[in-house]
Structures are given as structure tokens and as C-alpha cells.
Design a protein around this ligand. Structure first.
Ligand code: ADP
Length: 485
């Protein structure tokens, strides 16, 4: 099927306690580029989710007791296998998610990279000894795995959104249950197949694929044997899940929505800014939480930026991502396209000017033309909402203070980008932007060594980097008395 060399990577059942667990009913996974069925996958229910939690709970004792370097060896095997099967994994990803094959290969390398990174980082979970207030006591701090971790992940990065969590959890000594988005379960199941081949013990990594998001979500956020819950998805759903986690006071981390500003100052290198805006806006057809959502351009350079940017947008190749040289694939569903059409139409009726694009693309019902809107103001729908599609609203501004106020005027605070050369401005703006991540003359900022996460209603906790382990570790304080004779 679909030029996938290792057909055993195509799995259609949940992976629980080291077994491929089928269910009575199934659902179709569709190729968003063609509408064809890629696979029929067993539809797990609340029962299977509960079994997965029990499996992870059972596996926790032995896994957390392994020395970190033993866990690292297994994680390293998993990383190697993912890289050996990079092409197959990328094809599976493109078939179910739609992103161009080159981007999918990039995601596999990026996703696998977290496993390599945390395999090493897990060896460096140090404690502390703290000078005591009393001659009769020693104060020691150790760190321990929190326990069973449950997670729910979205469809836009079917591989990396899982590894970013699972790699840190497993390296810390936690066991893991994930419910991937049902649009893109095949990538998660292929990873489970490779985890098994890597020698990761049964119950340590479990994948529950089921359409009952609410029911399975209820188990994963309320089960008393789960110590930590981690979610990537929309802010609206994140808020519901945080509330549910309160019932058992779980440790929670959330990677939620964004409304990223991309600011071009008068002193920017305009060609670099155009290149950066294209990548940050249009990769994955605009369907990432760190995608540029609002482009602010200072008046003096507005015309030159807009002209060059629109030319670059018109040159983007749209089509089925499995074919060569495609830069923009389909959106995930026709409902997603409808949402973008509404945002664009509403904004035009509010006074925005359609510069480029603005319609469904002839490549198919899930495709939308890369679009540029000018004359946009911050109150328009397209500037207030997370677009999650290939649309760029351009807003002009006069002063640094004005643009900082506009950029911060959102409940979100995930990523922000700006282009400027003046060193004083660079520092001032970087400090003033209320965001967890800032790209300065840079538009691709996420990597395994850097802390990914947001402030305000974009979430809490950090993934990747040395900080990424903290969410999976408890600090334990040991007070040893009876020291002096
Ligand atoms: P997206 O727009 O990326 O699909 P969502 O926040 O709607 O963002 O979904 C992210 C993940 O959360 C998906 O796997 C989805 O199935 C799941 N999900 C959505 N609603 C709920 C819910 N009420 N409880 C549990 N999981 C949910």
C-alpha cells in the first residue's frame, strides 16, 4: 500500500499492554487530499482506555526502577528505528494528515529527535543537598518519576506531538497512555510498533485509538491511577480537561492555541522577513499553533513588504502532498476549509481587502488557496481568531508602542516573531511581548533543545529542552535527622 516498504508499520488496532487490541467496531481514516479511505481502524472505547491505564500502572514499578541509562538504551533503539523508517513513517503521516512529504520527513526527524534528546537528558536528573539550618539534620532533594502519564494529542503533528510528551515521560521513568486524534492514528500506531521492536516493555507506551473523545478523555483526566495529564489542542478543550483533572488534583500541562504576531519593523531585512513569514505562515497549510496569525508591518515598509510577500504567496505550489514539489497540502477537513472561508468573508465584509487567493483551491474540496488580506484592523475576525489555515492578514502600524499593544491584545501567548536590526529595539520588543517563545529575525524556532510552551491562555508547562523533564518529575525532600552524636 502506497509505497510503504515495511507494511508491518501499518497497524489498525490500539496498542495496550504490549498487545494489538481489536474492538467490535471500526472507523475510516481518510486521506484529506483525496477523500479516499487509507485504513479502517478498530474503535476503542472507555473500556480499552481503562485497560491501558491499568497496563501503564502495572508497568510503572519496574520501568521507574530501571537505571536511567538502561531506559536511555531502549529509547535510543526507538529513535534509531524511527530514523531507519523515516520514509515509511513520513508517507503514513502524509497519507492521513496531508502535509507535503518533505514536511512529513522533517516532522519524523524532529519527533524522533525528542526521543534521542530525552534519552540523554534522563541521565542528568540531578538532586540537591541544601545546607541545613541545624547541625543535627541533612537536607536532601531527590527527583522521582511522577507515575502514570496520560495524554491527548491533535492531528496537526501526528508524530511529534506524541514524542515530545512520551519521550520526556519515559526518560523520567513514567509510563504513558496516549489517545491520538482519530484523524491521524496510524502515525501513533506505527510508533508503537517501533517501540515494541525497540524493546520497550509491555505497558510502558500505550496507544488508545477511539472516536469517543469525551468518554476516553473522561478516563484519562479522572482515573485515580493517573498522576499527570498532558494535552495539546485547542484552548477551549484544554479548559474542559483542566477542570476534569481537578477532581483528582493531577499534575497538568497544556499546550494550547495561539494568535502569533509577526512584526516587520522599518529597519528589518525585508527579504528575510518575507521568507520568514512564508515559512511561519504557510507550513502545514497554516495549521500549527505557532503559525503566524497576524502580520504587522510598519508604514514605511508596508508597500515593499506586501508586494514581495504576495508574489511569494502566489508562487506556492498547492496539491497532494505525496507528490513531488508540493508546498501546501490540503486542510484536514472540509469543515476546516469552511471555517477559513467564513473568517475571510467576514473580514472582507468588515473592510479587509482581498489581495491574493480567497477561494477553495481547484485541487480538491479540502484545499484552500494561499491567501493575503490587506487593510486589516485588529478588531476583524481574521485577526481575533486563530485562523489555522493558509491566510495572512496584514495590519499596518506606526510606532513600536502601538504594535506591542496590538500584538499583546489577545488572550493567547504562545509564539511571536519580529524582524528588526536595531539592537535596542530588539531587546525592548523581546521583553515587552507577552509570549512564551519569541523568534527574532527567525521564524522556525522549535527544536528539541529549546523550551516550547506558552503563557496566558496558551497553556502551561514546557516541552523539549532540559526544562521538559520537570513536568514528569516530582521533587522529594528528605530531611535526615539524628546526625550529631
Ligand atoms: P483540534 O482543533 O486541533 O482538533 P481540539 O482541541 O478540538 O483541537 O482537539 C485536540 C484533541 O482533543 C483531539 O484528539 C480531539 O479528539 C480531542 N478532544 C476534543 N474534545 C475533547 C473532549 N471534550 N475530551 C477529550 N478529548 C477531546
Amino acid at each position: 500500500m502506497y509505497k510503504i516498504k515495511d507494511q508491518a508499520l501499518i497497524k489498525t488496532c490500539s496498542y495496550i499492554a504490549g498487545n494489538w487490541q481489536s474492538s467490535q467496531t471500526s472507523f475510516d481514516v481518510l486521506n484529506p487530499a483525496t477523500g479516499e479511505t487509507v485504513a479502517q481502524v478498530s474503535d476503542a472505547s472507555v473500556e480499552e482506555a481503562t485497560l491501558a491505564v491499568a497496563a501503564a500502572n502495572k508497568a510503572f514499578k519496574a520501568w521507574s526502577a530501571l537505571p536511567a541509562h538502561e531506559r536511555a538504551k531502549l529509547l535510543r533503539n526507538w529513535f534509531n528505528l524511527m530514523m531507519e523508517h523515516q520514509d515509511d513513517l513520513a508517507r503514513i503521516l502524509t497519507l492521513e494528515q496531508g502535509k507535503p512529504l518533505a514536511e512529513a520527513k522533517g516532522e519524523i526527524a524532529y519527533g524522533a529527535g525528542f526521543i534521542e534528546w530525552f534519552a540523554e537528558e534522563g541521565k542528568r536528573v540531578y538532586g540537591d543537598t541544601i545546607p541545613s539550618l541545624s547541625p543535627n539534620q541533612k537536607v536532601i532533594v531527590t527527583k522521582q518519576a511522577v507515575g502514570v502519564v496520560a495524554s491527548i494529542t491533535p492531528w496537526n503533528f501526528p508524530n511529534a506531538m506524541i514524542t515530545r510528551k512520551a519521550a520526556a515521560a519515559l526518560a523520567a521513568g513514567c509510563t504513558f497512555v496516549v489517545r491520538p486524534a482519530t484523524q491521524t492514528p496510524l502515525s501513533a500506531l506505527a510508533m508503537a510498533e517501533l517501540a515494541e521492536r525497540a524493546g520497550i516493555p509491555a505497558g510502558v507506551f500505550n496507544v488508545v485509538v477511539g472516536e469517543d473523545a469525551v468518554g476516553i478523555g473522561q478516563v484519562l483526566t479522572t482515573h485515580p491511577d493517573i498522576a499527570k495529564f498532558t494535552f495539546t489542542g485547542s484552548t477551549a478543550v484544554g479548559k474542559i480537561l483542566i477542570k476534569q483533572c481537578a477532581s483528582t488534583v493531577k499534575k497538568v500541562s497544556m499546550e494550547l492555541g495561539g494568535n502569533a504576531p509577526f512584526i516587520v519593523f522599518n529597519d528589518a531585512d525585508i527579504d528575510e522577513a518575507v521568507k520568514g513569514a512564508i515559512i511561519s505562515k504557510y507550513r502545514n497549510a497554516g495549521q500549527t499553533c505557532v503559525c503566524t496569525n497576524r502580520i504587522f508591518v510598519q508604514k514605511e515598509v508596508l508597500a515593499s513588504f506586501t508586494e514581495r510577500f504576495a508574489v511569494a504567496v502566489k508562487n506556492l505550489q498547492v496539491g497532494n502532498g505525496i507528490e513531488d514539489d508540493i508546498q501546501i497540502g490540503p486542510m484536514i477537513s472540509s469543515t476546516a476549509v469552511d471555517g477559513v472561508i467564513k473568517l475571510v468573508d467576514d473580514s472582507i465584509s468588515q473592510g479587509a481587502i482581498l489581495h491574493t487567493g480567497g477561494n477553495r483551491h481547484h485541487a480538491g474540496s479540502h484545499f484552500y488557496q494561499p491567501t493575503v488580506l490587506t487593510n486589516v484592523t485588529p478588531d476583524m475576525s481574521v485577526a481575533r481568531n486563530e485562523i489555522f489555515g493558509p491566510v495572512s492578514p496584514i495590519i499596518s502600524f506606526d510606532s513600536e508602542d502601538e504594535v506591542i499593544a496590538m500584538a499583546n491584545n489577545t488572550e493567547y501567548g504562545l509564539a511571536a516573531y519580529f524582524y528588526a536590526r536595531d539592537i535596542g529595539r530588539v531587546w525592548r520588543v523581546a521583553q515587552a511581548l507577552e509570549y512564551g517563545m519569541i523568534g527574532i529575525n527567525e521564524s522556525i524556532i522549535s527544536n528539541v533543545a529549546a523550551p516550547f510552551g506558552g503563557v496566558k491562555q496558551s497553556g502551561s508547562g514546557r516541552e523539549g529542552s532540559k526544562y521538559g523533564l520537570d513536568d514528569y518529575l516530582e521533587i522529594k525532600y528528605l530531611c535526615m535527622g539524628g546526625i550529631s552524636q
